[in-house]
Write a protein that binds this ligand. Structure first.
Ligand SMILES: [Zn+2]
Length: 465
């Protein structure tokens, strides 16, 4: 399997540290408000990575965090804590906000058909371990304390910013003000003190004073506690490269005496809405419910996302969603052929189609290429019946698509006995040249969302969905 590695800026052979075992870490959602479709893009791509690794024979153990404290409105260490802000807006505590959106996120992940991580860990569940981690960094001389917290001194590292290939001197020179008394513009908070004039919902005692952990700390700690000092692959959005993941590397590698934190760094690009940047203030962000309310399935949204390669910027519009939905319908129509095989049908080389699909996915997750292949097979089979002797290969192919891309082609159910009888009845009317009755039955089936086409193989039906 070949995969782009952000830290080397190259597509490399994916080889884990220990044989076929893959320790994978995914940066999870900050659970402070209703997730938007833009938030889900990262999880759809990391899900596809997870699926392709499994299908390639790797044994994947995947850990994902839930950010329920410490993520400030700016990814830098300034502004309000997103959780406390959510609490203020909803008039409930930050703890209640976390519980509420953890449930929402779990429900929506399921609706999207995302594989569950083996372990989901809340940042607030590992406060003691986060404090110990900071103590460790303090003992090694990487920290300093200022008015609002304990900070990591990035000037102590000669390779700080290697993931993002940051121009540290340029950043330092371009910084007009040193925010909050930090020594270097790139220094970041490990532990923030609670404000003196306000009681926070979430705060803990620490050797340095009452406060809460810095946002980057949780990922370093959750990864280390569950996966060890070194992991195989770390995933997240490209926006995490210059700050969040750069700082995760700085803290973890300083504590573990320079053991490379993650062998591979997997970053997905984002999605635009109607060609413009996603923003709540523009009112152009949508939720999964908006997609359903407009008559589209979440699977169609998944297909829209996968139509763009994970490294390129995607685009969402209702028009694009409509064409994704039509494309999904053509896949579903193909899948309906699994119930209509007969001895006179055609034979298709599904084994080769499956191998090619796998090749596309193992080639740096070429989802657009994979979808093009499936569309080709669907169009090759359009208006045809598959030979019964070929039906097992066909089902294997549908199951492979489902396992790799998270569609539900192989799990579709057959039409009802009543509908089968209607089709049989219509067959008789056609033999008797009773076109009026034949059309009447066609209309009846259409009202039940079944389209019938007359071909040289006889009637072929597919459902509209
Ligand atoms: Zn993270």
């Amino acid at each position: 399997m070949r995969l782009y590695n952000t830290i080397s800026r190259k597509v490399e052979d994916f080889v884990p540290i220990n044989d076929r075992k893959v320790n994978m870490y995914t940066c999870g959602l900050t659970v402070y408000s209703q997730p938007q479709i833009g938030n889900w893009v990262a999880y759809i791509y990391s899900d596809i990575l997870h699926r392709t690794l499994i299908e390639s024979g790797f044994k994947v153990y995947r850990v994902q965090n839930i950010t329920d404290v410490g993520h400030l409105v700016s990814d830098d260490d300034i502004g309000e804590d997103k959780m406390e802000k959510g609490a203020r807006i909803e008039g409930i505590t930050a703890w209640d906000v976390a519980d509420k959106y953890i449930k929402v996120a779990a429900k929506e992940s399921k609706i999207l058909g995302l594989l569950s991580p083996d372990k989901l860990v809340r940042a607030t569940d590992l406060i003691t371990q986060q404090i110990d981690f900071v103590k460790g960094l303090e003992e090694k001389g990487y920290t300093y304390i200022i008015d609002d917290g304990v900070y990591f001194d990035t000037s102590k590292l000669d390779d700080y910013g290697k993931l993002a290939q940051l121009d540290i001197d340029g950043l330092q020179a371009g910084a007009r003000v040193k925010v909050g008394g930090k020594k270097n513009i790139t220094d970041f908070a490990l532990w923030k003190f609670s404000p003196k004039d306000k009681k926070r919902d979430m705060e803990w005692e620490s050797p340095w004073g009452l406060g809460f952990p810095g946002w980057h700390l949780e990922c370093s700690v959750i990864a280390r506690e569950n996966l060890g000092d070194q992991i195989d692959i770390h995933t997240g959005g490209i926006d995490h490269i210059p700050v969040h993941h750069t700082n995760e590397i700085a803290q973890t590698e300083s504590l573990t005496s320079k053991k490379p934190f993650s062998k591979f760094w997997f970053h997905n690009n984002h999605i635009k809405i109607d060609g413009t940047k996603l923003s709540k203030s523009l009112g152009n962000s949508y939720t999964l419910s908006d997609i359903n309310d407009n008559g589209f399935s979440t699977e169609a949204f998944r297909l829209l996302v996968l139509s763009s390669h994970y490294q390129t910027e995607g685009n969402f519009s209702w028009k694009i969603l409509e064409s994704s939905s039509n494309r999904l319908s053509s896949f579903n129509a193909m899948a309906d052929l699994q119930f209509q095989t007969n001895e006179k049908g055609v034979n298709y080389n599904f084994a080769t189609a499956g191998l090619n699909l796998m090749k596309a996915m193992q080639n740096n997750l070429d989802t657009p290429g994979a979808l093009t292949q499936i569309s080709k097979v669907a169009s090759d089979l359009e208006g045809k019946v598959i030979n019964s002797s070929n039906s097992k290969e066909f089902r294997d192919y549908l199951e492979l698509i489902d396992r790799l891309l998270g569609f539900n082609l192989s799990t579709r159910s057959d039409i009802s006995t009543k509908q089968v009888n209607l089709l049989k009845e219509r067959e008789v009317t056609r033999v008797n040249k009773d076109w009026i009755k034949s059309d009447k039955i066609r209309e009846e089936l259409l009202s039940q969302k079944i389209i019938v086409n007359d071909t040289s193989w006889g009637q072929i039906w597919h459902r509209i969905d």
